[in-house]
Write a protein that binds this ligand. Structure first.
Ligand code: UT7
Length: 319
């Protein structure tokens, strides 16, 4: 069976780094509160002129260079984001243009923090069916522009960034199993209710979250979906070399690792430095683990995550 294999990865973080202490000077919070509740110490924030497509294009260039693939060889671009440059066209088409190419299909997927897994899964289906040979998959978000900076319960949790992978067809390994789910009945726990209508923004344009509700749902479903994807591949917990989770909260990640019987040194953890970068968080962590040499060819990677109101899933990759 032909699957999508990772040929190269890349990522990009905006230059400005904001620590918890920086935030504590602007609002009623503390490094101690944020660190103990979430594990977050800092986040990167996009500059005023930077757009999601800028972050995405830089991550894509780095992934293409790592894969030794030219932009012209890409025959599909799938980009996961909740913070597109504009209502339309898709940010994927803007990235395509910035990469100096045209013609291949390019579209966005929206599954909030689970978006990168939805995008990878879509790309895998294109490669398995023979409809694409080399796919650029990107997760990119600028959540700093959709959080209410007056709401300390949400704004401290998020950061900006982008991560990308170049996928190619492989007869061995690659994406060997995937499980995706969604349940819109949980919309009230995590959503952003605004929409554009008749020239106006209707509803609040900021993230609304029931933190404890999200926490409980995430802990339960992420363990279940990790089991399901291992079961699908006929593997056990002991076969996992690296857990690469969505980076929202260290305590949620620890709970999944504990369920899988993995020590934290088998987990790629970037939440401390990146905070929650939504669709970018998993590819940012993946790129960090590959570039610093922890993740090597032949290892089995379990990617998992959950996003707004709710979409979630897990993927197993034989790298
Ligand atoms: O991709 C999915 C994204 N979302 C998540 O993963 C979120 C999952 N949930 C969580 O991570 C946690 O629920 C939070 C970190 C968001 C909150 O932790 P918590 O332990 O559930 O706190 P809480 O919401 O119950 O708030 C406890 C207290 C409250 O004060 P009172 O009412 O007890 O006096 C809050 O007002 O903490 C207060 N608080 C803060 N204090 C200092 C809320 N935000 C802050 C803050 N700094 N930034």
């Amino acid at each position: 069976m032909r699957n999508a294999q990772i040929l190269g990865t890349g990522s990009y973080l905006p230059a400005t780094r904001v620590t918890n202490d920086d935030l504590a000077q602007r609002m009623d919070t503390s490094d101690e509160w944020i660190t103990t509740r979430t594990g977050i110490k800092a986040r990167h924030i996009a500059a005023e002129q930077e757009k999601t497509s800028d972050l995405a294009t830089e991550a894509a260039r780095r992934a293409l260079a790592a894969a030794r693939v030219l932009p012209e060889e890409i025959d599909l671009i799938v980009l996961a984001t909740t913070t597109p440059d504009m209502q339309f066209p898709a940010t994927a088409t803007i990235v395509q243009h910035k990469l100096g190419i045209s013609g291949c299909p390019a579209f966005d997927v929206q599954a909030v923090c689970a978006g990168f897994m939805y995008a990878l899964n879509t790309a895998n289906a294109y490669i398995q069916s023979g409809m694409a040979k080399k796919v650029l998959v990107i997760g990119a978000d600028i959540f700093s522009r959709i959080v209410d900076w007056e709401d300390r319960a949400t704004c401290v949790l998020f950061g900006d960034g982008a991560g990308a992978v170049v996928l190619g067809a492989s007869e061995q390994g690659g994406i060997i199993a995937s499980q995706l789910h969604a349940d819109g009945s949980y919309l009230h726990l995590l959503h952003l209710p605004a929409q554009m209508s008749e020239g106006q923004i209707c509803g609040s344009p900021f993230v609304k979250m029931d933190g404890q509700g999200v926490f409980k749902f995430a802990v339960k479903q992420l363990s279940a979906v990790a089991d399901a994807v291992l079961n699908q591949a006929g593997l056990s917990h002991a076969d996992i070399d690296w857990l690469i989770p969505h980076q929202a909260n260290r305590r949620i990640i620890e709970s999944t690792a504990k369920h899988l019987g993995l020590s934290m040194d088998k987990v790629i953890l970037t939440v401390d430095e990146h905070a929650n970068t939504s669709a970018a968080s998993i590819p940012l962590a993946l790129d960090a683990g590959i570039r610093d040499g922890r993740i090597v060819r032949g290892q089995k990677l379990l990617l998992e995550g959950i996003g707004g109101g709710f979409a979630w899933g897990a993927l197993l990759i034989e790298y």
